[in-house]
Design a protein around this ligand. Structure first.
Ligand code: ZN
Length: 69
């Protein structure tokens, strides 16, 4: 289980979401998540509806580095 901290751009609230496995396709400039991103208030969101918070970016960076090893 992989939790990332997101900011929902619809309700402007932060939340933690379990995104499952994370893939980093070279041809895309954004990671791909196994599970949907679900805002506790707005429901299922796409990557266009959310931003990674500073904490979320740090978490994602650590996962990316771990993938490389
Ligand atoms: Zn929301």
């Amino acid at each position: 289980m992989t939790e990332l901290n997101f900011l929902c751009t619809k309700c402007r609230k932060g939340f933690d979401c379990d995104v499952g496995k994370i893939a980093f396709p070279i041809e895309e400039n954004r990671p791909r998540f196994e599970k949907d991103i679900v805002c506790p208030r707005c429901g299922v969101l796409t990557m266009d509806d959310v931003e990674l918070t500073e904490l979320g970016q740090t978490q994602l960076g650590e996962i990316f580095m771990a993938e490389l090893e």
